[in-house]
Design a protein around this ligand. Structure first.
Ligand code: DOR
Length: 453
């Protein structure tokens, strides 16, 4: 049995729960929360004074691309997980479009072993679908679920043949998630705009129709086969309108920071820095995504952190790759949005912590409650800082939000009860040397987001 000496008391914090903010002391014992409303005098070995600070559950980012194995010069699990720690992301779920792509149980387990050796935060990995790996998709465990690229993006994973999709949806039991952009529409648009070097055409090639057609297709498959299905990075108001008509039970959806922030007008200022798949859309789409979050049509906010070097990004379109980094700024940007009245602090906790945990059946993470792992972020809500390329932790060393002043920053991140990031006096980041991250456990028998609602 642990003695009180192994206890840490986080004293006098404004604790952000999914349904409100309360002033409390939180007692951590070892790797778990012992008491989410402890007396200020609780016996402990160490006290963290949190007066004036918010205490939030660590963010669970359910869509990142960390490039290991294969493209470690862009990012690796060590650098990506440090960037997470800095941003208050205590768990990442990583996508399979590495080199090689994560399409077998063996490759999935290899990624888990790699992360176990170096990750500063908790981790899980999706297995990628191909037209021929049904046996692996059926056998896979230790994973949040199956990722299908219904439209192609970075890497060579693509399953857009109807027969192959039907086989996958009929044959698996794990939850499914997908990149939804219709390949035929994208190819036809690209042929029409062949020869362009104007990055603004990216949003005409990967247009509104491409997103809506593929999202409808994925949701249709899920409903027909009775499978849980998570729509990644919804980018259009039309998809939000469609998702509002889908009966509750199986389908969840996600919005990403860049789709909530940028519009096609930003190409003039930012060029390929905001070239993403799905593409950024219009001001009306941005408004519709926020509305979809507020009314619960979209449950999750994630990043789709997808690092490429600035040299690669500087190639003329369409040779410039799609993707942008975001994990170290995502929570701060959402806090800034709350500061500007676009959302509330409890909504941030619902969208970035509780909803991803529920969607993927993450065991004992995603909220501040007794018995849960002590994955926690202390936030200074009044701290204002300008995002700068030079200060980024991600290996690619830039941010599409560079130059933006943001109010509300993580100042300390705990993973499994251990401090992994702290802002030192003067603002310099300090990181723990030893990996503190653990493999996340998924209990898929729970039934996901809709279970119990
Ligand atoms: O723009 C994107 N880049 N979208 C994705 O879905 C993949 C990502 C990448 O891995 O570069």
């Amino acid at each position: 049995m642990s003695t009180p000496r192994a206890r840490l008391l986080i004293r006098d914090a404004q604790v952000v729960d999914p349904d409100g903010v309360r002033r409390a002391n939180v007692l951590v014992e070892g790797d778990r929360i012992l008491d989410a409303d402890a007396p200020a005098t609780a016996a402990c070995r160490e006290v963290l004074d949190a007066s004036g600070l918010l205490l939030m559950p660590g963010v669970i980012d359910d869509q990142v691309h960390f490039r290991e194995p294969g493209l470690e010069y862009k990012e690796d699990l060590a650098s990506g997980s440090r960037a997470c720690a800095r941003g208050g992301v205590t768990t990442f779920l990583e996508m399979p479009n590495t080199r090689p792509a994560t399409t077998t149980c063996g490759l999935l387990h290899e990624k888990l072993e790699r992360a176990g050796r170096c990750a500063l935060v908790n981790y899980g990995f999706f297995i990628g679908a191909t037209t021929t790996n049904l046996a692996d998709l059926r056998a896979a465990d230790r994973t949040p679920g199956i990722k299908i690229f219904i439209g192609s993006s970075t890497g060579d994973l693509l399953v857009d043949e109807q027969a192959a999709l039907e086989r996958i949806f009929a044959g698996v039991t794990l939850p499914i998630t997908a990149h939804c952009e219709d390949e035929a529409t994208v190819r036809a648009n690209a042929a029409r705009l062949a020869g362009t070097t104007d990055v603004r055409d990216h949003s005409r090639i990967r247009d509104h129709a491409a997103a809506l057609i593929a999202t409808k297709r994925g949701v249709g498959l899920a409903l027909r086969h009775g499978r849980r299905f998570h729509v990644l990075h919804v980018s259009t108001g039309a998809e939000v309108d469609f998702l509002r008509t889908v009966p509750p039970g199986l389908v969840t959806a996600e919005a990403c920071l860049h789709h909530l922030w940028f519009t096609v007008e930003d190409y003039a200022r930012l060029g390929s820095r905001v070239q993403m798949n799905p593409s950024i859309k219009t001001r009306d789409d941005v408004r519709a995504l926020w509305a979809g979050l507020h009314d619960g049509t979209i449950q999750v906010v994630a990043t789709d952190h997808a690092p490429h070097t600035l040299e690669e990004k500087a190639r003329p379109y369409p040779e410039s790759p799609s993707g942008l980094p975001a994990v170290e700024n995502s929570l701060a940007l959402m806090l800034d949005a709350a500061h500007r009245g676009l959302c509330t602090l409890p909504e941030i906790v619902r969208w970035m912590c509780e909803a991803p945990a529920r969607t993927w059946d993450v065991v004992d993470r995603g909220r501040i409650a007794a018995g849960y792992f002590a994955d926690l972020v202390l936030v200074d809500p009044g701290r204002t800082r300008v995002i700068r390329d030079e200060a980024q932790i991600t290996k690619c060393g830039w941010s599409p939000w560079a130059g933006q002043s943001v109010t509300g920053w993580p100042v300390c991140t705990l993973v499994n009860g251990r401090i992994v990031f702290r802002e030192e006096a003067g603002g310099a980041p300090w990181f723990a040397a030893a990996p503190a991250g653990r493999e996340v456990t998924f209990d898929h028998a729970r039934g996901g987001w809709w279970a119990g609602t």
